[in-house]
Design a protein around this ligand. Sequence first.
Ligand code: ARG
Length: 588
Amino acid sequence: MKKILDLISEEVVKAFEEAGYSADFAKVTLSNRPDLCEYQCNGALAAAKTYKKAPIMIANDVVAKLKENGIFQEVQAVSPGFINLKLSGDYLAEYLKQMQADENLSVEKAEHPKKIILDYGGPNVAKPLHVGHLRSAIIGESIKRLGRFMGHEMIGDVHLGDWGLQMGLIITELRERKPDLVYFNESYTGEYPEEPPFTISELEEIYPTASGKSKEDEAYKEAAMQATYQLQHGHRGYQGILKHILNVSVTDLKKNYERLDVSFDLWKGESDAQPYIPDMVKYLKDNGYAYIDDGALVVDVKEESDTKEIPPCMILKSDGASLYNTTDLATIIERMKLYHPDEILYVVDKRQELHFIQCFRCAKKAKLVEDDTRLTFLGFGTMNGKDGKPFKTRDGGVMRLENLIKEINEEMYRKIMENHETDPEEARKTAQIVGLSAIKYGDLSNQASKDYVFDVDRFTSFEGNTGPYILYTIVRIKSILARYQAEGGSLEGITIQTPNSESEKALMLALSKFNAVMENAFEELAPHKICAYIYELANDFNHFYHEVKILSEENEEKKKGYLALLMLTRDVLESCIHVLGFTSPERM
Ligand code: ARG
């Protein structure tokens, strides 16, 4: 369906032309004075110079034409030359009726769907998921769902950090603790056990211990680097251990992501890109893109227009070791080969921006991607505690994701039980659903690139701009509809009607913006715009709800119109929260 603002613009264009003025001046926007009008056009002010006429005269001419037009309830020329517009209620109702009948609720799917690989999550194997990975998961999942909603093919890849020194550290520590394990027996040629030589909690303890030791003990660090090297060069026993590390870790990660209602299509990692490195290095050298600088192999990526220094992209260190950039470039090659995406989009901490600038420029310059392949970096800010510093546990440690979720769910449970008497078991379930909305909405309602304060009290509140408030509104609507049905009413075939009041019309106007909001949120990769929209929509609904008697309305036709409006409001809100990555309970 066309956007309502475009439909209005078309009428205003006609009026400008009929009045003898250029359509270039006919731009219509949402009103910034909602107390005076719903839409406005300031074109007469801009046109004054061209036509050497007072703006108000031009505005009057256009208004005279618009007055003949049935789609407006009110058209006014206001000094010095504004054109204020109010839409006709009939027209608005007609638009929403079509919206209700449309399977995508008026949103038009992409005409040319794109294949987009979304790189998000980025957890590191053998290290627990902490809140730093939370933002990537939440924002990435929402962008993925939004892309799908708009009709694109979105492929989510978790891109595990499964390559590098942490593996050698774990092997070294394991070797010290359990030297008799068969993996360390060089003459063993048989199969390795299916049972992993550690549990997930052991594994999570082993890594920090080893990492700590390596910082104090040179020989230990040397051993870990040696083990990493051997692992990467085919050591059979170490590769056997690596498999176990991956299995145990991935099982645990999947459980955690599931709790967040986050899922990936691909569980690939940095290690998958390694086989592409030797050919890539040769290609970069042979074609003159890479050169040796101070022993290291680098590609220049600075550009004339740079305002700050962009250092060369380093491909190999002087000892021949590969780096983060090397792996990301090889991953691009792998993705191009296996999936041929139109775009690769990374949702990563904004502090990694320089890395991605270098990486993207190198990929483009060396033609590792097509000219029209888009490489996009969506950098997010830090999640801080109330003290403004990166989020920590009460005793100052790194907050683990599962504990954070537990804390929120507890708080939600407390609030639900406090609100009304419920079965504790049901309250637990509801607390989980609402708790997830608190976490996700709390994150997504901020522009991704900004730092934000994770405030448990505020995020779990039923009032204000929060997830629980949105869910509360949806539950309110659902329960009105359920009550109507319980009393024998049928929602079959009911349709939206011309608004009877200002608050009803305001709600209808908000609903009519849905397609424009979704389109714009995807274009700008901005889930926070969806949050802002549903907050406004929920407020408009609650305002309407407090002013209008719905179920006790005596005029049956009127009542049905209200209920149809409720159904559309529910559907729009549910679509939005689905895209944001959470669901609503039946009761709360
Ligand atoms: N594992 C990395 C980290 O924790 C994030 C990976 C981001 N994605 C990428 N393709 N580099 O910092």
